[in-house]
Design a protein around this ligand. Structure first.
Ligand SMILES: C[S@@+](CC[C@H](N)C(=O)[O-])C[C@H]1O[C@@H](n2cnc3c(N)ncnc32)[C@H](O)[C@@H]1O
Ligand code: SF4
Length: 430
């Protein structure tokens, strides 16, 4: 079994750990050098806090949401103005022109708890950014009502991700959720005419079988999903799960069964854990070369750095109230660390795009990883497709293990640290 240190050593060819430092309060993201990136907005509020969920979330009250909105708009202004200033220098664009961005995703938490505020947030972002490929939002099943869906369409939302998790009442009960007219709700989503409809499913909940998972997938697509995301159930150290996920070997077998079934249905595998109807758009908030995040706990991936906003609601509102940055931690990448990060997320999307690598990293892929790429082809993990590389099914199975390893070694540790202190001094991922 690969350890996280060995993985880092292999990809970055360095024993140097990832070290996050406290971010100076006057920090501003620098997007120079990035030709395109995505936007993410975090809305942290939830009606109840699910025991299995690792994300940064807060119990909803109207007062908290009312205090969050001006802080969020202030962060958008602060970053938007900095990006506009950066546009002036390269001679590429004229002053006042908006920066093109691929997409905007609202995640949470439960973004629909601020449904009435979404048009204001979107139009504030559009003062600084031109969104070319659509706007997406995560929806909790309770938020899927004909009225809400109409409001989302009017706000310009084109992609929805529905957190159903399963159609099986017993599996849902084991993660503290319940089935509430899911097929009817999916019908409403289809009728509302969203071009991209993702359904989130969790597998490896005790009691689930290949048959029950096949039923989940079949139902999702029958009722109008254009994509399903099948996430392996992960037990985060700070979660409060009554039932533990099934073991890793069973998880691997279940994923293989799911992939075979999706292939039989004529679906396309669009990432290690997503399957889609051919010719449909992708719902994917993480597999971006670069992105700017806004809101509590939001992250930004830039050309040479990775930044994490505070997880403390008071800390977030307090910093922005005085015109300062809500970013708590910043990692400055070495060239190889940034390249490794690019490769890691490209591999999740099953394609390593040679041209994108050169554009984002500033060096040709073969110059930095020529030996590793050739070796991976020889070992049957990658195959060439023109100038690019595609993951083989063997590599996809391996990646499934790797992604879970990354989640426990890196994400769990980072989020645990960020949950404990609003503005930590520094911490290291070894
Ligand atoms: C931010 S969450 C959910 C959005 C929305 N609040 C909801 O509950 O539907 C995004 C997705 O992450 C997945 N997820 C959350 N916790 C997980 C865990 N412990 N293991 C695997 N997947 C998880 C779920 O599929 C969930 O729909
Ligand atoms: S799963 Fe969704 S509703 Fe539950 S706590 Fe997490 S973000 Fe909130």
């Amino acid at each position: 079994m690969l350890t996280s240190s060995l993985l880092r050593l292999l990809l970055t060819r360095s024993a140097k750990p990832f070290t996050f430092e406290a971010c100076p309060p006057d920090w501003q993201p620098d997007v120079t050098g990035l030709d395109r990136f995505g936007l993410y907005v975090h809305i942290p509020f939830c009606r109840t806090l699910c025991s299995f969920c690792p994300y940064c979330r807060e119990l909803y009250t109207p007062e908290k949401a009312a205090a969050y909105l001006p802080a969020l708009l202030q962060e958008i202004d602060r970053t938007g103005q900095a990006v506009t200033r950066q546009l002036v220098s390269p001679g590429l664009k004229t002053r006042g022109e908006r920066h093109p961005v691929t997409s905007l995703y609202f995640g949470g938490g439960t973004p629909a708890l601020m449904l009435g505020d979404l048009p204001v947030i979107i139009s504030r972002l559009q003062q600084y950014f031109e969104i070319t490929d659509g706007i997406g939002i995560e929806l909790h099943p309770q938020d899927i009502t004909p009225e809400n869906l109409q409001q989302l369409r009017s706000a310009g939302i084109t992609m929805v991700s529905l957190g159903l998790q399963s159609f099986d009442p017993q599996a849902l009960a084991r993660i503290g959720r319940s089935e509430d007219r899911f097929t009817e709700r999916l019908g409403w989503v289809r009728e509302a005419g969203f071009p991209v409809i993702d359904v989130d499913l969790i597998f490896a909940i005790p009691g689930q079988t290949p048959d029950s998972l096949r039923r989940d997938i079949a139902l999702a697509f029958e009722r109008g999903a254009t994509q399903v995301s099948t996430y392996p159930f992960i037990d985060f150290t700070y979660a409060d799960n009554r039932y533990q996920p099934l073991d890793n070997k069973t998880k691997r077998q279940l994923l293989a069964e799911l992939a075979n079934y999706c292939q039989e249905l004529g679906l396309v595998r669009t990432s290690v854990w997503t399957f889609a109807q051919p010719g449909t758009g992708k719902y994917s908030s993480v597999t971006r070369d670069a992105f700017l995040g806004f809101g509590l706990s939001a992250t930004s991936l830039l050309q040479r750095s990775f930044a994490i906003n505070t997880f403390s609601l008071d800390g977030y509102i307090g910093r922005l109230g005085t015109g300062l940055s809500p970013t708590a931690l910043k990692l400055t990448f070495s060239l190889r660390q940034r390249a490794a990060y690019f490769l890691f997320w490209s591999a999740y999307g099953l394609l390593i795009d040679n041209q994108r690598f050169a554009t984002v990293i500033g060096q040709p892929l073969e110059k930095l990883y020529g030996v590793e790429m050739a070796l991976a082809v020889l070992l049957g993990l990658l195959r060439r497709s023109g100038a690019d590389y595609l993951l083989t099914s063997r590599a996809i199975q391996l990646y499934h293990d790797l992604e879970q390893l990354y989640t426990t070694a890196y994400i769990d540790k980072t989020w645990s640290t960020a949950r404990q202190e609003a503005f930590p001094q520094r911490f290291t991922l070894s």
